[in-house]
Design a protein around this ligand. Structure first.
Ligand code: HMG
Length: 411
């Protein structure tokens, strides 16, 4: 954020470090679209059930509600729903790669992106792969996509982040669940954001949050996960600075991974303190509030969370033309990356603000008993035929499990 509000640029703007042109082409985000679930559980329902003072949810963790998938929704239906408007607008002709990042994978071998590729009607001449590193996976996908576009600027890469965040019922993590998918079209001369080459990286082998293959809910050490995240903010910023990145004052906005929206506040205060800047709560709130409007009602969408924060920021009233945004991606375990993007003039004409608000507003509130029932749903593992109840009003549904195969269809 520029202390004096000026549109300051990185000192070495235009160089390989921050300029985003690398002396050649600009590569970045051409389009951004997200989808979420059929249902929503207000935190008031959870609080009434477990006796928690609602202030803990609304103020303490900064969450109002969480998206809950219908029985016939999962990471594939959300991924296709997020990406379909992008394919409709840009066509499929230049998309030669689909990278789907998720940590709520539906198969140990087959990439979820192959199902999404089929639902989207993409050409056979496409490379499709799945990527995992907790919530960080989508940022790795974005960076790998950038490399492919630099190699051949006529190609586009469709990056999709899709996740269902699921913790045990009645555990502290339960209030930080959610679900969503974000689709990001990466290309040359982008209409929304130029991603700058300088990146700050940080990896540490910690057990703050993980999900063994035999579990469908994550295990977490809540307080350890918060300190691991803050360590990663520090580590990735340090590396970003050493790689010749911008200084803190250059940024008009900051977007953080938001497992719960108050985590972004903790992270930004930590970064300001680490950089020796004053930590003024009103200023921190002014900078972060526009990035939290979607996440505070969707909940944690793991890989998609940072990009819902970015969508909320771009969809907000602030004019960010030519301004720099700092992005911090964190995935437990842990890997983090701090990187920067510059907002392209005319970006507003390419936003999907109305569709994003509709995706949130169309969700149907459910009561606590219905949420619990959906949370506990599972399939027998005998290979039989199990049709899934038709619940979603979204464009795609998971219609059956049959012979151990998941069947998807347009609705
Ligand atoms: P908890 O024990 O339920 O809550 O755990 P708490 O006691 O720590 O309270 C939370 C906050 O509410 C505190 O504020 C309280 O003071 C406040 P803080 O001290 O943090 O500023 N509070 C109140 N405020 C107002 N009115 C009240 C009130 N009562 C209390 N009446 C926790 C909370 C987030 C740890 C838990 O929900 C959890 O374990 N969540 C899952 C883990 C998580 O989200 N970790 C975040 C960092 S790790 C990450 O981001 C990666 C991740 O996305 C996974 C991935 O990478 O794949 C999770």
């Amino acid at each position: 954020m520029s202390a004096n509000g000026n549109h300051t640029q990185g000192g070495n703007n235009g160089s390989n470090a921050t300029g985003g042109t690398g002396g050649a082409i600009a590569v970045g985000i051409e389009d951004l679209s997200f989808a979420t679930t059929e249902y929503v559980l207000p935190h008031t329902e959870l609080a009434a059930y477990n006796g928690t003072e609602i202030g803990k949810y609304h103020l303490g963790i900064g969450q109002q509600s969480m998206s809950v998938p219908a029985a016939d929704e999962d990471i594939v239906t959300m991924a296709a729903a997020a990406a379909a408007p992008i394919v409709a607008r840009h066509g499929a002709g230049r998309i030669r790669t689909v990278i789907l990042a998720t940590e709520s994978s539906i198969d140990q071998a087959k990439a979820a992106g192959v199902y999404a590729h089929s639902l989207l009607g993409l050409p056979a001449a496409t490379r499709v792969v799945e990527l995992k590193q907790a919530c960080y996976g989508a940022t790795a996908a974005l960076q790998f996509a950038m490399g492919l576009v630099y190699r051949n600027p006529s190609e586009q890469v469709l990056v999709i982040a899709s996740d269902v965040s699921k913790y045990d019922l009645d555990s502290p993590g339960e209030a930080t669940q959610g679900a969503a998918a974000a689709a990001i079209l990466v290309g040359a001369n982008p209409s929304l954001l130029r991603i700058e080459p300088a990146s700050g990286l940080f990896t540490a082998d910690v057990m703050d949050f993980w999900r063994p293959n035999y579990r469908d809910t994550a295990l977490v050490d809540g307080q350890e996960s918060i300190s691991a995240y803050l360590q990663a903010v520090e580590g990735s910023w340090k590396d970003y600075s050493e790689q010749g990145g911008r200084s803190l004052e250059d940024f008009a906005a900051f977007c953080y991974h938001q497992p719960f929206t108050k985590m972004a506040y903790k992270a930004h205060r930590h970064l300001l303190h680490y950089c020796g800047h004053p930590v003024e709560n009103d200023e921190v709130a002014r900078v972060l509030e526009p990035t939290t409007t979607y996440n505070s009602v969707v909940g944690n969408s793991y890989t998609a969370s940072l990009y819902l924060g970015l969508a909320a920021l771009l969809d907000s009233d602030a004019d960010l033309t030519d301004r720099a945004i700092g992005l911090l991606s964190y995935g437990s375990g842990s890997v983090a990356e701090f990187f920067a993007a510059t907002v392209v003039p005319g970006y507003r004409a390419h936003l999907r603000t109305k569709a994003h608000r509709e995706a949130i507003d169309r969700r149907k509130p459910i009561d606590h008993a219905t949420y619990r029932e959906l949370h506990q749903r599972s399939f027998p593992t005998d290979g039989g035929d199990y049709p899934v109840p038709a619940q979603t009003s979204g464009p795609y549904r998971f219609s059956a499990l049959s012979g151990h195969k998941r069947i998807y269809e347009p609705r």
